[in-house]
Design a protein around this ligand. Structure first.
Ligand code: NCD
Ligand code: ZN
Length: 351
């Protein structure tokens, strides 16, 4: 069986910089027409000027002939000004600001310490049609890690939406039923991205036969009932839910450690993971809207002109992805999602 789709977009991806950028960007560029690049570098990408420089670096790391178009999200800090919002609104390469509540995830220490102190900036974003991409978790260590998304929605996101109902909001990497319900219950200014790993796995997958650091990400995998809500949302045809992989490359040594860091790398087979999930649920016909249409519509962009073709020829996922193909296993390797396993869908070359 073969299916052809409008070329999809990845509306949430981490591509890092330096050697890691060079290693991972070809995967994203091979599948997606555009992607929303997350700004949590160290130091963060928090101004229009920094984002345009970072975008240039990404463009120069692309394989020759690639027409991949990186779209940028700026890192919102306590110091973000209304002037910066205005400048972002005028730049076609920038699609919004990313709200990391301080200390919730990788490189979030420069994030926002009090969302309620940022109302002027949010009002300005609403006025200029700039979207807020939200890492929806509270940082409070007293809140159970599995509840941090739902508490954030109750305490922060829902009140923010009520106060500014025409502020564009994307609840990034939705992981809970409460997240799905929030997106469904609110207006068309609110959307949610869904990752392949949150569709495939529940929290047992972090502890299957032992601790599995490569399945640890933030927000953390949740229980099965939440996974089922995400699957229902992604395959429902509701235009408020669209593809965002949250592919987040980390080195083997940073994950296989006494305090391993969060992040799952899925860019190597991103569209194939989604195809596998949708096909497994017998709704592959719902994939194109989720992967290629709804996100573009939300961001008021044209759909990609190109097409991609997938067929159900098996694809083997390598055990690790090194700096150089064929090199010895090393601490710097990325361990990809479903390492060593086989998928039943493969991407063919662009048609
Ligand atoms: C992301 C990263 O490594 O940058 N990690 C993750 O587990 N998703 C940060 C993030 O998106 O929270
Ligand atoms: Zn992310």
């Amino acid at each position: 069986m073969t299916i052809t789709l409008t070329q999809p977009d990845d509306w949430h991806v981490h591509v890092r910089d330096g050697e890691m950028l060079a290693r991972v960007i070809p995967y994203t560029a091979a599948q997606f027409g555009r992607a929303l690049i997350m700004p949590n570098l160290d130091p963060p990408v928090s101004t229009v000027q920094q984002a345009l420089e970072y975008r240039k670096t990404i463009l120069s790391a692309l394989p020759e002939g690639s027409s991949f178009d990186p779209k940028m999200s700026l890192y919102l800090t306590d110091d973000t000004t209304e002037t910066e919002v205005k400048a972002a609104a005028q730049c076609e390469h920038i699609l919004g600001f990313k709200l990391y509540p301080a200390d919730t995830t990788t490189n979030s220490s420069s994030g926002v310490t009090r969302v309620s102190s940022m109302m002027n900036v949010f009002e300005s974003m609403a006025r200029h049609g700039v979207v807020l991409q939200v890492h929806g978790e509270v940082a409070d260590p007293h809140v159970d890690i599995f509840d941090r998304e739902s508490v954030f929605i109750d305490q922060i996101l829902f009140p923010l939406h009520q106060e500014l109902p025409d502020l564009g909001l994307v609840l990034e990497h939705v992981t809970t039923r409460q997240g799905v319900d929030f997106v469904k219950a609110t207006n068309h200014f609110v959307a949610g991205t869904i990752t392949p790993h949150h569709l495939m796995y529940n929290r047992n997958e972090m502890f299957r036969g032992g601790i599995r650091p490569h399945n640890y990400c933030l927000p953390v995998l949740k229980r099965e009932t939440h996974r089922q809500s995400l699957v229902a949302a992604a395959t429902s045809g509701d235009p408020s839910f669209f593809l965002g992989t949250d592919s987040a490359p980390q080195t083997r040594s940073s994950k296989q450690s006494a305090c391993g860091c969060a992040g799952i790398f899925s860019a190597h087979a991103a569209i194939e993971f989604y195809a596998e999930i949708f096909a497994g649920l017998e709704c592959i016909n719902k994939l194109e809207n989720f992967a290629s249409h709804f996100g573009a519509d939300f961001y008021q962009l044209e759909k990609n002109p190109g097409k991609i073709t997938l067929n159900n020829k098996t694809k083997h996922i390598p055990e690790s992805i090194g700096k150089d193909q064929g090199a010895e296993a090393s601490d710097d390797d990325i361990i990809p999602l479903m390492a060593g396993q086989t998928l039943s869908w493969s991407l063919l070359l662009d048609s």
